[in-house]
Design a binder for this molecule. Sequence first.
Ligand SMILES: [Zn+2]
Ligand SMILES: [Zn+2]
Length: 467
Amino acid sequence: MVSLTFYGGVHEIGGNKILLEDKDTRIFLDFGKGFSRRAKFFEEYINPRTSNGIVDFITMGLLPDIPGIYRDDLMKMAERKIEKPNIDAVLLSHAHSDHADYISFLHEDIPIHMGKACHLILKAILDRGQRSIEREVLDYTPRPYKRGEKHIERKINTFRTGDKFTIGSIEVEPIHVDHSVPGAYGLILHTSEGPIVYTGDLRLHGTHSQMSWDFIEKAKQVKPIAMITEGTRIDVRDKHESEESVFKDSYKIVSSTNRLVFADFNFKDVDRLKTFYNIAKETGRKLVVKLNDAHFLKYLSKDEHLDVPNIDDEHVIIYLPKRGTGTYSDGDYTEKEREFLNLSNAWTAQEIAQNESKVLCAMGFYSFTALIDMKLKSGTHYIHSASEPYNEEQEISQERVDAWLEHFGMNRHQSHCSGHALGEDLLAIVSDISPKSLYPIHTVHPELYSKSVNNTIMVEEGKKYSI
Ligand SMILES: [Zn+2]
Ligand SMILES: [Zn+2]
């Protein structure tokens, strides 16, 4: 009566798309983009087309071929049968692309449930622009494009930790977990056969580990009949890492120089953002944020739980990149960006370079063209504060980063703490919760669970598992 089918996240890190069925109720747990799967066939100059609707995505295995879930416009372009959606909801664990982005393809009548902070992050991403078919989570523009056509909004429901709500025969209980993005949740799903728990992505070594412990405690109490766990770093052991050591290491670098310092990190990682904001404050510098990251400050500062500075904070500078005409005129920027342009704390590359001992730049590889405008002399510092060689969401070319550093004579430093629990922590979590059966996903080493945990199922993609 209750079953699980995994359409993504199988032998890969991310791309989770888990179908939970209970009687007539059908729910997807996440509907993310599988980066490694996409990178197998596509790269910078060859991308899946939309002129075929969803055909390219389905043919190349980026989306599962399931009737009754996708947008009518894309089905029509694919010359496929248009059907009423037969999915009751998507439960989104957090805002990372590998869990959220392929919601873009789903039918707008399917309600999407997510945490409040997760919703704020997705709004910031939307305002940042760069609309593409793979980034239409909150709303979408029907294809083929017609001038002036309105966006179609999805049905979004938000929750906070401990809220309970019912979808058909399933009662959902989201509990916050600590991860490298705020608004991350583990889920307890009370089905007609018993409770199923889903970890989403989580860690125990972060600043807010108590949140993960709240989830573990609750999950243990319900005595789950099945547990779906992430296993990103199941093969990593005995590593000491914490946000505090990122602070200490980076503080040392910043406080011992008068030169420019660049910190390259994922801006959605609010703990990291606060780490560098505090380092800037304590070293008498101001944190320079990129124009498109200003959207995150604008939205996330609205959530008092997150304690994020707003765009007009006295310790924040907004970096104004040179675009279009090169004259910083309004017309060079998008409508959503214009509200930041005339702020007194919006600085050009030149202004930043003139104040090099007074700023800490939250700018990474993607803003390296700023180095040209800064006429950077050698001896500055670059702190890489993300995982190597991948960050969670994108593959960046290490060689290319190094070439820029060498060209401008920058000193390279590495300081990071992961968003994912270590191997020993993952095994401790599973043994603590002690589910009847375990489904490891979001990992390339699911077998490492079966050595320590009885009744571990080696998940096969597309196979339906009765619970
Ligand atoms: Zn993930
Ligand atoms: Zn994640």
